[in-house]
Design a protein. Structure first.
Length: 172
């Protein structure tokens, strides 16, 4: 939210899968705009809704089964929580950008074995902290169950599933 650069320094500011973590996105967008020269472009990617990112959804659903009264929602809330293209465009406009274009890009996520995405999401993201805060003894069991569910749906490996993101571009 405070870039260490002079005003109008760059032609392009690019942020790959980071805007979802900004505590104040409009302020972050204004800061990107501040360091862009006239005619400069701000380009960023943001994950689409978790329902379009299958491995993340499966892991989130499995974790919720273990804690139905207080499901860990990190993946849905944060990396996949900034997915509404109308809101994204509105916030870019509020920050002073124009010629806003948002493209949705589907792709395929692959892993050698079903346990890789389960391990990555359960133990390699802040979802781990949410699981451990509820019951740290269940982390391995949830990870194993997520791997089992991914294997049940996509085979033991290699596995492939839909993944989808938005690419936003806007001009000063």
């Amino acid at each position: 939210l405070e870039l260490p650069f002079e005003d109008e320094t760059f032609d392009v500011v690019c942020c790959q899968f980071g805007v979802m973590f900004f505590p104040d996105r409009i302020a972050g967008f204004r800061e990107a705009r501040r360091v862009l020269r006239p005619g400069g472009r701000f380009v960023f990617s943001s994950w689409d809704h978790i329902d379009h990112n299958i491995f993340a959804r499966v892991v989130t659903d499995v974790a919720a089964e273990f804690f139905p009264d207080d499901p860990p929602r990190f993946l849905a809330r944060t990396p996949h929580g900034y997915h509404d293209t109308g809101s994204i465009a509105e916030e870019l406009a509020k920050a002073g950008f124009r010629n806003i274009d948002i493209t949705t890009r589907p792709a395929v996520s692959t892993a050698p074995v079903a346990s890789d995405p389960a391990y990555a999401y359960c133990k390699g993201t802040p979802l781990r902290n949410e699981i451990e805060a509820r019951d740290s003894a269940l982390l391995d069991e949830i990870t194993d169950r997520a791997a089992h569910e991914i294997a049940a749906e996509f085979g033991p490996g290699p596995v492939s599933a839909k993944i989808q993101a938005h690419i936003a571009q806007a001009e000063v």
